[in-house]
Design a protein around this ligand. Structure first.
Ligand code: DX5
Ligand code: ZN
Length: 545
């Protein structure tokens, strides 16, 4: 029961969840950003890839059910429904308004309550601790009626202080509800404090195991881990599954992350453009394993994963399109079981449309072909094969190559565009400075054409060049020698992130000036800015706060 992921498309959609949620909350002047953001990946993966559902027919009898028991995550939940197609995202501006169907806590959809309830909402949430019981009723009736519909639940960790949760936790295994999957949004914060201070619930895992549940524990912000856990839960018989998703409350906005203050508090609406810029500024580091010592790819992948890489960059070279040879699909196939991290596969081979199936079979998550190696017709053939397997498709252009015209009508199916910042063929080459303005110009053109994907900068990216490509619009940074020629891979990746974060903060300060909210922003952002104050040249300002 493998689910197709199309990783980067899902990342982009989840980014939209956070952006639309914060727009609604800032506009309303109230709402819960913390929970909306901690559960964004969970809700995104369910609605964009897993749930059987139909936004044009919200009461379809064959649908799976999603019961959001932590009702205060409503802004994130509504934004997920909107991005999934249940209603226009523009309606998020009506959050918490009188007469709006986007109330502070969700109201179960009813065609008799068209103006007060949203299509797609299965359960009226508010006071917590009840959603699991309701889900058990639905799951049990589905089993009794021999229906295959599955039931997914989102629970808060503070919510499990409720006694009713444990009555329900006893009940579900009794009835062998293997059609029930619960996500515990383990963000360790409830209301104005930390769960372990207010009402300790650890060891969470042991509790649910003792209640005879199938328990899986993951990083709740890693799409690939959520997908893997759901794949596994689908194979469990005669037991309900709980997925303990370790998350960060407010994840996505640095000064809100893991900060109880932002449980139920709204940012000033003037800060909205800065928060949206930060969310659009979310970036990924993709270490290239051909760099550094020869081969030893397995070890490099393990080290990169431990060091917090977001994906693994696989440079496939055939010795024809480029002078160098590295590895082909068979090697990737052998490396696949080592990690769940997405494989960002960069094909530098001639006639990729002849070999594309091999890279599909090797379970690559992103497959990028060079426009210099295929024409439009061949690209269409590649596109159809790659997308039909739920894989993200990318195109790459060499430093001197312009984006071919045939790319623009296909932008909807392209999730990443690699702009080579070296001539392809080897790692360890010098960054070509002209690439920065190329990224900047293309980023603008692509945005004007509605491109929702990512620009990836590849070649010569290190601590001295990462800031300019990020500033120009790159959101995926490939780093080969900067990572693997460094004896300390951890600090190499930390340094790349640090440099990128300094650029992000500098841009946000500039935006704060443009919106005349510098002081308020400094106050809101103080604990994030203090460690960077020297590099940002704002030490005095921070000290005066
Ligand atoms: C070059 C490859 C790059 C390269 C990156 O053709 O596409 O991915 O390996 O290595 P560095 O970061 O060392 O330039
Ligand atoms: Zn590459």
């Amino acid at each position: 029961m493998g689910f197709s992921m199309r990783y980067l498309d899902m990342k982009a959609k989840i980014r939209e969840i956070r952006i639309n949620a914060i727009k609604g909350i800032a506009e309303a002047g109230s709402g819960h950003p913390g929970a909306s953001f901690s559960a964004a990946e969970i809700m995104g993966v369910l609605y964009f890839r897993i749930l059987k559902h139909d936004p044009s027919n919200p009461e379809w009898s064959g649908r799976d059910y999603f019961i959001n028991s932590k009702g205060h995550s409503a802004p994130g939940f509504y934004a997920t429904l909107a991005v999934a197609g249940y209603f226009p995202t523009d309606e998020m501006k009506n959050l918490r308004k009188f007469g709006s169907r986007l109330q502070g806590h969700p109201v179960r959809y009813s065609k008799y309550l068209e103006n007060h309830s949203l299509p797609g909402v299965e359960y009226s949430a508010g006071s917590e601790g009840i959603g699991l019981s309701v889900s058990i009723g639905i799951a049990l009736s589905n089993i009794i009626d021999n229906k295959k519909n599955r039931v997914y639940v989102l629970l808060g960790d503070g919510e499990t202080n409720e006694g009713q949760i444990w009555e329900a936790a006893m009940t579900a295994p009794k009835f062998k509800l293997d059609n029930l999957v619960v996500f515990l949004d383990r963000n360790r914060i409830q209301q104005d404090g930390f769960t372990e201070d207010i009402m300790p619930i650890d060891p969470v895992r042991d509790k649910w195991l003792a209640f005879n549940w199938n328990v899986i524990e993951i990083n709740g912000h890693k799409i690939e881990q959520i997908m893997d856990a759901l794949n596994k839960s689908g194979q469990i018989k005669d037991k309900p599954t709980i997925i303990i998703a370790n998350t960060i409350k407010g994840n996505g906005i640095k000064h809100m992350a893991n900060n109880p203050q932002w449980h139920g508090r709204a940012p000033h609406h003037k800060q909205s453009p800065l928060l949206i810029q930060e969310l659009e500024g979310d970036y990924m580091i993709s270490p290239s394993i051909i760099a550094g010592e020869k081969e030893n790819y397995e070890e490099k992948i393990r080290k990169a994963e431990r060091a917090g890489a977001d994906m693994i960059h696989l440079d496939v070279m055939d010795g024809k399109f480029v002078q160098n040879t590295t590895f082909l699909a068979d090697t990737i196939k052998k490396l696949r079981p080592i990690t769940n991290l997405p494989f960002d596969t960069h094909l530098m081979i001639e006639n990729p449309y002849e070999y594309i199936h091999e890279y599909i079979d090797a379970s690559c998550d992103i497959i990028t072909v060079h426009t210099e190696t295929c024409n439009e017709e061949q690209f269409i053939c590649i596109r159809d094969k790659v997308l039909s397997h739920g894989i993200s498709l990318g195109i790459a252009i060499n430093p001197e190559t312009k984006l071919p015209n045939w790319v623009f009508p296909n932008l909807n199916s392209i999730d990443v565009i690699i702009i080579m910042s070296v001539h392809p063929g080897f790692s360890g080459q010098k960054f070509i400075p002209e690439t920065t303005s190329k990224i900047f110009n293309l980023n603008k053109i692509l945005k004007n054409h509605g491109f929702k994907g990512y620009i990836e900068a590849d070649g010569g990216i290190d601590a001295s060049t990462v800031q300019q490509v990020y500033d120009a619009g790159a959101r995926i940074m490939v780093a080969g020698s900067a990572v693997f020629s460094n004896s300390d891979i951890n600090s190499a990746i930390i340094q790349l992130r640090h440099k990128t974060n300094v650029t992000l903060e500098r841009n946000l300060l500039r935006k704060a000036d443009e919106n005349n909210i510098r002081k308020d922003w400094l106050v809101a952002r103080k604990h994030i800015l203090i460690p960077l104050a020297n590099e940002l040249g704002i030490e005095d300002e921070i000290n005066e706060l």
